[in-house]
Design a protein around this ligand. Structure first.
Ligand code: PLP
Length: 395
C-alpha cells in the first residue's frame, strides 16, 4: 500500500486527544468524534473565567459577549461565511433544522413545494416533512443512484420547479460516506429560486467548507462530529436570516443571528466549538483530506479484498469520505459490530438514521449495515486491525 503522503504527524495529533490510547480503536467517528484537548481547556476556562449570561455591565458578562462574537467569527471562517453575523448556534443539527424548517416555511401553503432527498440523514428530511404537513405544502423526494449511493442529479433537477421554495440535501452521506456535488445541487436551486439547505454534518471533519464557493443559502453542521462539544452550527446567508421572521420570545433581540437563537445558548460548548475550529484550522483541512484519502483507500482496498464482504457506494475516492457501510455475508450487522467491539474496535451498525438509503439498498429489514468511519487521528495500523477483525468473521 502507498505510504501516507501528508504533513499530518498522526502521533502528534493523537497526543492532543486525551481520550485516545493505543488500546481502543475509534472507528465510530461518524457517530461522534473524540474531543481535542484544547476543547477541554476552553470549556473549563469558560466556566472559570466567564460563565455569565450576555449583555451585563460587568466583567464576566462582557467576557462572555466577547467569547461569543469570537466564536461566531471562528465559525464564519470555518464555513467560509462573510461574517459572524451569518452564524447561528443551537443545541445540535436536528434542533436547528426543526427550528429553521418552521421559520423558512412560514407563510407557505398549498401549491408550494419542498424538495428532500432519499440519501439524507432523517434530520434533513423529517423536519421538512413535518413543517410541510403543518402548512399544507407538498414534499417531493429526489432519488438516489443505488450503485453509487449519490443523489441522482437529474432526478433532483427534474423535481425542482418554480414552486419549490426549499431544497434540503446533504453534502456527504453519513450512511454510505459518499460525497454529493453540492455546488451543482445549489446551482440548480439558484436557477429556480429555491432556498438551498445543506446538511454538512458528515462532511465537516473531512474537508474544507466554503459556503461562498458552493453558493448555498443555509448550511448546518455539528461540532461533536468535528472534535468539539455537542453544539449545532447553522450558516444562513445574511439577507435570508434578516428576511425570515424567526419564532422567538418577545424580549429577545430582533436582529439576526441572535433572533434565530432560542433561550440561553450553550456558552461553554460554544467556547469549546471555537477551540475545535482553531485546532482544525491550525492543522489545515487540506492536509486532513490528503491524509484521510490514504486511510480511505486502505479501507476500501482491504474491505474489497475480503471474500464475502459487500461494500456500498461509489469506489471513486474523490466522491467519498473515509466512511464505509458494508456487510459480511451470513452475518448480521449487529453480530459484526459486537465482535469488533470485543476486540476494542468501535464501529456502528444499523441505519444511523439514513433510513431511506437502507430501504433503497434493500437492507433496512435485515439490520442495515456495519459502518466504519475514519478521521485524521486514525492510523493505518488501526485500519489493518479493523480489517483483520472483519476477515476473521468473514472466514
Ligand atoms: C449527516 C447527518 N446529519 C444530521 C445528523 C444529526 O445531527 P445532530 O446529532 O447534531 O442533530 C447526523 C448525526 O449523526 C448526521 O450524521
Amino acid at each position: 500500500m502507498n505510504p501516507i503522503a501528508s504533513t499530518i504527524d498522526v502521533a502528534a495529533v493523537r497526543a492532543g486527544f486525551p481520550s485516545i490510547d493505543d488500546r481502543r480503536v475509534f472507528l465510530d467517528n461518524p457517530g461522534g468524534t473524540q474531543v481535542h484537548g484544547s476543547v477541554y481547556e476552553a470549556v473549563e476556562g469558560y466556566y472559570r473565567d466567564m460563565n455569565s449570561n450576555l449583555g451585563g455591565p460587568f466583567a464576566t458578562s462582557q467576557a462572555t459577549d466577547a467569547m461569543l462574537e469570537e466564536a461566531r467569527a471562528a465559525a464564519a471562517g470555518f464555513l467560509g461565511a462573510a461574517s459572524g453575523a451569518e452564524i447561528v448556534f443551537g443545541a445540535n443539527m436536528t434542533t436547528l433544522t426543526m427550528h429553521a424548517s418552521r421559520i423558512l416555511t412560514r407563510g407557505l401553503g398549498p401549491g408550494d413545494e419542498i424538495l428532500v432527498t432519499g440519501l439524507d440523514h432523517d434530520a434533513n428530511v423529517a423536519p421538512w416533512m413535518l413543517a410541510a404537513v403543518d402548512r399544507g405544502v407538498t414534499v417531493r423526494q429526489a432519488g438516489i443512484d443505488a450503485e453509487s449511493c449519490l443523489v441522482d442529479v437529474d432526478d433532483f433537477a427534474s423535481k425542482l420547479t418554480g414552486r419549490t421554495r426549499v431544497a434540503a440535501f446533504g453534502w456527504a452521506s453519513n450512511g454510505a460516506g459518499t460525497v454529493n456535488d453540492v455546488a451543482r445541487l445549489a446551482a440548480l436551486c439558484r436557477e429556480t429560486g429555491a432556498i438551498s439547505y445543506v446538511d454538512a454534518v458528515h462532511y465537516a471533519p473531512h474537508g474544507t467548507i466554503d459556503v461562498g464557493a458552493i453558493g448555498c443559502d443555509f448550511l448546518v453542521c455539528s461540532a461533536y462530529k468535528f472534535f468539539g462539544p455537542h453544539v449545532g452550527v447553522l450558516y444562513g446567508r445574511a439577507e435570508l436570516l434578516a428576511q425570515h421572521r424567526p419564532y422567538k420570545v418577545r424580549p429577545a433581540p430582533d436582529e439576526a443571528p441572535h433572533s434565530w437563537e432560542t433561550g440561553t445558548i450553550n456558552m461553554e460548548g460554544i467556547a469549546g466549538t471555537a477551540a475545535a475550529i482553531r485546532y482544525l484550522t491550525g492543522l489545515g483541512m487540506e492536509q486532513v483530506t490528503v491524509y484521510e484519502r490514504e486511510l480511505s483507500a486502505r479501507l476500501l482496498e482491504g474491505l474489497e479484498g475480503i471474500a464475502g464482504v459487500i461494500v456500498y457506494g461509489t469506489r471513486d475516492l474523490d466522491r467519498r469520505c473515509p466512511t464505509y457501510a458494508f456487510n459480511v455475508a451470513g452475518r448480521h450487522p449487529a453480530e459484526v459490530s459486537a465482535a469488533l467491539g470485543e476486540r476494542d474496535i468501535f464501529v456502528w451498525d444499523g441505519n444511523y438514521y439514513a433510513l431511506e438509503l437502507m430501504q433503497r439498498l434493500g437492507i433496512e429489514d435485515s439490520g442495515g449495515a456495519v459502518r466504519v468511519g475514519a478521521v485524521h487521528y486514525n492510523t493505518p495500523a488501526e485500519i489493518d486491525a479493523f480489517l483483520e477483525g472483519v476477515a476473521a468473521l468473514a472466514g
